[in-house]
Design a protein around this ligand. Sequence first.
Ligand SMILES: Nc1ncnc2c1ncn2[C@@H]1O[C@H](COP(=O)(O)OP(=O)(O)O)[C@@H](O)[C@H]1O
Ligand SMILES: [Mg+2]
Length: 379
Amino acid sequence: MADAKVELIDVHKEFPIRAGEASAVRAVHDLNLDIYDGEFFALLGPSGCGKTTTLRLIAGFEQPTAGKILIDGRPMHGVPAFYRPVNTVFQDYALFPHMTVLQNVMFGLQMDRVPKQEAQRRAVEALELVRLPNAMNRKPREMSGGQQQRVALARAIVKRPKVLLLDEPLGALDLKLRREMQLELKEMQQQVGITFVYVTHDQEEALTMANRIGVMSSGELLQVGRPEEIYESPATRFVADFIGETNFLNGTVNTTDDEYAYVDVNGETELAGMWEDSVKPQQQVTLAVRPERIAIRPYNEAPDDSDRSARAEETNTIAGHVVSVHYMGTDTRYMVRVGGGQAINVRVQNVLGQRTTSFKERDAVILNWGRDSTRILTH
Ligand SMILES: Nc1ncnc2c1ncn2[C@@H]1O[C@H](COP(=O)(O)OP(=O)(O)O)[C@@H](O)[C@H]1O
Ligand SMILES: [Mg+2]
């Protein structure tokens, strides 16, 4: 791909056996990924899945066991970290405590022999960009965590790298500040136009900030896509479970057509869902549906027959009993036990001024949701 900024081709990384360990650690396995010019790419996955290792391979702090890495079309094999057109922002800021903010930001430029005046001008510009124009003469310890993180960002941006690698840069901040910084960082990225590769284990962070997300698990890249693709069409059970909340129902395929597979979930109810991998009758599959896609109504309030036959075309319907109710302010969550014993979580938004029916434990209910909101997963 011509305009890929960072290309990872069949990249593997194994760490050698350490004392007390049975085998080498396979940190990254068979990774193929193109990251495009100017995009905000998030690498998302649980702790230990290989995100930092991937970033360090791009940065040149680690060498791949096998495979190739290209930046700007140039193979990076044998290119030391210092000469790569990338910069890294770490979670722990790594600022020099004895230097002022301005000196911290200028440091890298001075190492590159940029004349002092120019270095200073660029450092001031970078500090304005991260909204710290008045803190130039302070020492890092005189600043809050959020401010220190901004200094670290300014220090990375000031060198105008083609690619900025960020390893959980907001991880040390409290929730409220994180949310603010997420929006600011995103804005900043659009302003400077640098390609961001952003590592996080926080799915919400990835969804709100990234143009595209790569989901990793156990060293493997499971799925790459735009946030809505990852959320609406998770390719595997792991992805569906990791991104947002999902209901999983186990069942057996009865039949299929072009778009849908019809799945028996309890011997009496058939539910339809969109399938992508080939599924065959009799196959055991998992049906995934998001809690906010499900409508809940009283069992005795069944729609009349005409209504039902029209609706049966495109919706899934299943009966059950409410087993728990949690009022969460913005919404109410119901857990409903359906025939056969499986449980389904339902999330109903609490809309101001709208009279909503609320349910209590043991109420008999009917659940409804669209076939197109249902995914059939095979692994
Ligand atoms: N220098 C190293 N030596 C040995 N094992 C390592 C080293 N760095 C990382 N690992 C292992 O590689 C795996 C991936 O780690 P890492 O990339 O840090 O994951 P993440 O950043 O997603 O939490 C883990 O099992 C970790 O223990
Ligand atoms: Mg990490």
